[in-house]
Design a protein around this ligand. Structure first.
Ligand SMILES: [Zn+2]
Ligand SMILES: [Zn+2]
Length: 142
């Protein structure tokens, strides 16, 4: 693995909120000032095809990258767009059982599901983004 790819992988792992290529570029540039955004994209593609990282599936305005390649859930802040791992362990995942139930009822061969948690991150809540929310949501946010 080249030095560039090592640094890109390290910065992606450190980031913690599933960055875009631009965000990775900003971090990597501090360590490798001569690197270009094109090189970042190329290396991210390589890392994806080697199975070391993955692209997030989902409806994001820009492609996001995940240093984890195992199945796990995400929680997304609807204000600032940060995406973090949701701490649901596969063993305690109640939705896995639902796959069987849905498969049984629909006669589909169910092999997966998509679930994403959404809300406001603690930093956005501190900044008062929850002001326009319903009383129930405000209650939960406080
Ligand atoms: Zn936020
Ligand atoms: Zn993740």
């Amino acid at each position: 693995m080249t030095k560039q790819r090592k640094v890109i992988l390290e910065e992606l792992r450190k980031h913690g909120s599933h960055p875009t290529a631009d965000q990775i570029f900003e971090k990597v540039r501090k360590r490798l000032p001569r690197i270009s955004l094109g090189t970042i994209y190329r290396n991210l593609d390589l890392l994806v095809s080697e199975g070391l990282i993955r692209r997030l599936r989902g409806d994001y305005p820009q492609m996001r990258f995940d240093p984890r390649t195992d199945e796990h859930y995400h929680i997304t802040c609807l204000n600032c767009g940060r995406i973090e791992d949701a701490p649901v362990e596969p063993l305690h995942d109640p939705i896995k059982n639902l796959e069987n139930v849905v498969g049984h009822l629909t006669k589909y061969g169910v092999f997966g599901h998509k679930l994403e948690f959404v809300g406001f991150c603690s930093e956005c809540l501190k900044k008062g983004v929850a002001k326009g929310l319903s009383p129930e949501a405000k209650e939960m946010a406080s």
